[in-house]
Every structure is written in structure tokens, then in C-alpha cells.
Write a protein that binds this ligand. Structure first.
Ligand code: ADP
Length: 318
């Protein structure tokens, strides 16, 4: 595996706020690399530094062989960027937007027309080519923004929270498109606060919390940090009281989704008994108890010490 992005000690201060704290990592050519973390962790700032939208306070990166601090123009020629909020023009049509972006990237003449037609086809946007960008649904807007980021055939694609705000179907379609792009050899660097998205899509995941990298590995290896402990998943018939639950289990709860609770257990029998007692004491009826394999979410909680990742999944992608 060859390295296409090598980041060394990358750091960003906004005034006194240390938004990104000396992060060091490599991205391999052809992989989907996920930057996973809660809101405010420093994900967008990292993408902005790597794509030349903001200067690092310290550290550097080599991207596609070019030095971030000295050769940003060359880097811009080989990377595509899909920002969280689209950079396209509402009043221009889909086709006009793509042509405009192509111009910006010095794609001209017959090559421009060919590339735009190819992208409209690839992203199934032919029926919308003459529609104003502003009139499209969120899902279509995201698709056009992705197409626009590819006008100059970049080797690397950066995406900031690609599925945030999308409905389930659009999010799924977009993830499929990203997998297709990986199939074509494009390296993809994406940020997300959806653990399930990172788990489903990414070859490797870096977990970032408060500007610091706390883990980086394949999803499979990250799951192993939970060790050989089992995860007990209990479904209640109604929403349980989170405060009571946390108190009763001494903060051991791995995740809480209202009526679904997961907890790491060393001794299965003992934990089941304790759950039953909790259910009786507080009158929360249980509908099922199962053991499940550790997920990336369980690993995330263990690694970050963030008590419950339910917030990350609240608006999550199923
Ligand atoms: P994420 O993308 O993980 O949600 P960000 O990179 O957007 O996180 O933000 C990291 C931290 O930097 C947050 O505390 C945020 O409030 C702060 N921040 C981001 N952009 C700016 C800015 N332009 N000026 C000052 N603070 C900023």
C-alpha cells in the first residue's frame, strides 16, 4: 500500500483555541479513510488545512507528493473537495455549474463537454441538467456537488460530512457512489460524526476528539479494543430513564438509544440478573436480551471515554 497523504504534526489554533492538536497520520492510495469524531472535534478544520482553505499553525503534509506549505496550487490540481455546504451557484443550472467548475480547473474545449456529459451520466443527472441548482432536493444537490468536485479527474477526494442532512435513501445512494469511486482508484478522505457510516464505508478510521487523534486503524482492528468481552443488548418495551440506568450500572453503559441499551459484560449471567433487577426495581419492562458482537460504536466509547455515543447516532444513518 502506498501512502498518498502524509500528515505530520498538523495543528490549528483559532486565537487561543487549539482546534487541531498535532495530528500525524497517513492515508493510503485507493482507500476510503474516515475521520470520525463528535461535532467540534476539528474535522472540518483538518480538511480545510489539507485543501488550502486555511493555513496550519504548525505541522505540514505531503499530498500526492506535493508539499502542503509550498505547493498548494499543484495539490489543488489533484484533489477534489466536497464541502459540507455546497459551493455551487443556486441560480445556475446543473450543467452550467459543472461547466463553471471545469473552467476554474482549466478543463476547456471538447474535453470540458465530454467530462461534463460523462459526469451527468455517471451521477444520473441528465434529467436535471437544465434545472437551477437551487431548485434541487438536498440529495440531488449533494450529488451535483460531488460531480462538480470531480470535473478535473482528481486523484483524491475530500468530503466533509457527506451524508449529513440527507434522507436515508439519498445517504445510501451517496455512499454507494463513493464506493464506486474507490473502485475507480480514487482515494477518499471523509469526515463524519456517524459511527455507523464510518463502520460501513471506511477501510480505515481515525477517531478525533478535541483536536487529538485517539485511534487509527481498520474498523475490524478497532472493534478488537473491546477485547473478548461480550456486549449485552437489552430492548425495553418503552424508553428507560437514562439517569437511573447510568446510576444503577455505575456508568458502565456503552450506549443508550431510549429503549435500546448496550453494556459491556464480563460475566453474562451476572449482568442478566442485574438487568432483570433493574427492570423490576424501576418498572421498565424488558422485551429482549441478546449478546451481540462489539461494533465500532462500542470501541469508540471505550477509546474516547465519551460516556455514550447516542448523540452521534441520534440523527444516524441506518
Ligand atoms: P468539526 O468539523 O469536527 O465539527 P471544526 O473543525 O469545525 O470541528 O471545529 C473545531 C473547533 O474549532 C470548534 O471548537 C470550533 O468552534 C472551532 N472553530 C472552527 N472554525 C473556527 C473559526 N473560523 N474561528 C474560530 N473557531 C473556529
Amino acid at each position: 500500500m502506498s501512502t498518498i497523504i502524509s500528515v505530520k504534526g498538523l495543528t490549528k489554533y483559532y486565537g487561543n483555541l487549539l482546534a487541531v492538536d498535532h495530528v500525524t497520520f497517513n492515508v493510503f492510495e485507493g482507500e476510503i479513510f474516515g475521520f470520525l469524531g463528535p461535532n467540534g472535534a476539528g474535522k472540518t478544520t483538518t480538511i480545510k488545512m489539507l485543501t488550502g482553505l486555511t493555513y496550519p499553525s504548525d505541522g505540514t503534509a505531503i499530498i500526492g507528493g506535493y508539499d502542503l506549505l509550498k505547493e498548494i496550487r499543484l495539490i489543488k490540481g489533484i484533489v477534489g473537495v466536497v464541502p459540507e455546504y455546497s459551493n455551487l451557484y443556486s441560480e445556475l443550472s446543473v450543467e452550467e455549474n459543472l461547466k463553471f467548475m471545469a473552467h476554474l480547473y482549466h478543463v476547456r474545449g471538447e474535453r470540458l463537454n465530454q467530462r461534463v456529459d460523462q459526469l451527468l451520466k455517471l451521477f444520473r443527472l441528465q434529467d436535471y441538467r437544465n434545472i437551477s441548482f437551487g431548485k434541487l432536493s438536498r440529495g440531488l444537490k449533494r450529488r451535483v456537488t460531488l460531480a462538480a468536485a470531480l470535473v478535473h479527474n482528481p486523484k483524491i477526494l475530500f468530503l466533509d460530512e457527506p451524508t449529513t442532512g440527507l434522507d436515508v435513501i439519498s445517504a445510501r445512494n451517496l455512499r454507494r457512489l463513493l464506493e464506486d469511486l474507490r473502485g475507480q482508484g480514487i482515494t477518499i478522505f471523509l469526515t463524519t460524526h456517524y459511527i455507523e457510516e464510518a463502520e460501513q464505508l471506511c477501510d480505515r478510521v481515525a477517531i478525533i476528539v478535541k483536536g487529538r487523534l485517539v485511534a487509527l486503524d481498520t474498523v475490524e482492528s478497532l472493534r478488537k479494543v473491546v477485547g473478548d468481552a461480550q456486549i449485552l443488548e437489552v430492548m425495553f418495551k418503552s424508553r428507560v430513564d437514562k439517569a437511573k440506568l447510568t446510576e444503577y450500572f455505575n456508568g458502565e453503559i456503552v450506549s443508550f438509544h431510549g429503549d435500546r441499551v448496550r453494556i459491556i459484560c464480563k460475566d453474562f449471567g451476572e449482568m442478566v440478573e442485574k438487568m432483570l433487577k433493574f427492570s423490576k426495581t424501576f418498572n421498565f419492562e424488558i422485551s429482549s436480551i441478546n449478546t451481540v458482537k462489539p461494533t465500532l460504536e462500542d470501541a469508540f466509547v471505550k477509546l474516547t471515554g465519551i460516556e455514550s455515543s447516542w448523540m452521534l447516532l441520534e440523527k444516524g444513518v441506518k
